[in-house]
Design a protein around this ligand. Structure first.
Ligand code: ZN
Length: 353
């Protein structure tokens, strides 16, 4: 890991060195003879497997607590990629493995022992998801059977094996993807069904575009304009409070305190007037307004923005401009978790152990 001046506050490098010192002292010099070299290398690979399994368990905890949000990352994926420095595909695999391990104990043990690679775990996780959307939610036993079957198989063998088990073998072949094509262009692969093709053909008749890419670009621009206008639209049907409910900015905590609302929520409307939404949008410029208290950096996310009550309504917050902000989904969740309005261990307790 590169020590970054911006983030040294978070990481106590003395503590980090303590954690890693056993390993580094043990293996600083290469063994003198071949037998020792082979032993040491096997030991290191076992350590790596165990470290990977432990890393995945830690990622799971980070995900439960949305701890990545503290450093302004909008998602666990962004955290793993940018903070931990993994390549996109490696980050994807670790998170897929985390999701698999979350629902399957056997997978956890197999990763730990090296019987299941991260690639295998990713394939398995994708398969379970695809089966679920095909109407076949697999139980532990069915999952365990497949896990036993793919142990030790190569990526291609696993792919072939899982495809043969699929309820709907078409789905994996329709997987969307993006790939760098040239220095300036990205290849985007999508699949349209008959309805989608009809729309595309109709659009081609109506719009003069040089290429399908130009047509898509224009369509996306229109869609984004429409959505951004929509950010200024009314959310709910209840009426706005007419009274001025101003509280000084200094009384608004950055994230609400960790107490659960007792009894009924106060009768303050969630209604956010159009002119508020416009002003929030003008201020945020369509970007999450979360600023990390740690690094002072602002969350870069522009996706799925919610208007958030800085001090929640349930805790006496009001619907007024200085108590409202744009947050991405990740930071909105984190704020709710910290306010005690959501519980991190909710999914944990219902999970099979
Ligand atoms: Zn955010």
């Amino acid at each position: 890991m590169k020590p970054d001046a911006q983030k040294t506050w978070v990481y106590d490098f003395k503590m980090m060195n303590q954690i890693t010192s056993d390993l580094s002292q043990e293996f600083t010099t290469l063994p003198f003879n071949d037998i020792e070299l082979l032993h040491a290398t096997l030991a290191l690979s076992r350590i790596e497997q165990r470290a990977t399994a432990t890393l995945i368990a830690h990622l799971e905890e980070i995900d439960q607590r949305k701890a990545y949000a503290l450093l302004s990352y909008p998602s666990l994926f962004e955290y793993v990629r940018k903070e931990l420095g993994y390549a996109e595909s490696s980050a994807y695999e670790r998170i897929a493995a985390m999701r698999l391990v979350r629902q399957n104990e056997k997978a956890k043990a197999m990763i730990e022992s090296g019987d299941l690679t991260l690639t295998g775990a990713t394939q398995m996780q994708r398969f379970i998801k695809e089966e679920k959307s095909a109407g076949n939610a697999m139980n532990q036993e069915q999952q365990n059977e497949l896990l036993t079957a793919i142990a030790g198989k190569s990526k291609r063998e696993t792919e072939r094996f899982l495809m043969a088990q699929a309820t709907n073998p078409e789905t994996p072949r329709l997987k969307e993807s993006t790939r760098v094509a040239t220095a300036t262009h990205t290849e985007v692969k999508i699949f349209l069904d008959e309805g989608g093709m009809n729309l595309l053909n109709r659009a081609r008749e109506l719009v003069r575009a040089d290429s399908t890419a130009a047509l898509f670009t224009e369509a996306l621009q229109l869609l984004i304009e429409k959505k951004e206008r929509g950010l200024g639209k009314v959310e709910t049907k209840t009426a706005a409070p007419e009274v001025d409910l101003k509280i000084p900015q200094s009384q608004i905590p950055p994230l609400a305190q960790k107490s659960r609302p007792a009894g009924k929520t106060p009768s303050v409307s969630r209604f956010i007037p159009l002119h508020f939404k416009r002003q929030i949008y003008a201020r945020s410029q369509g970007q999450c307004e979360y600023i990390s208290p740690a690094t002072n950096s602002r969350c870069p996310s522009r996706a799925h923005l919610h208007v958030d009550h800085i001090r929640p309504l349930a805790l006496g917050g009001r619907t007024e401009l200085n108590n409202l902000r744009h947050l991405c989904q990740g930071h909105n969740l984190k704020a709710s978790l910290d306010a005690g309005l959501l519980f991190a261990n909710k999914t944990r307790s219902s999970r099979a152990r």
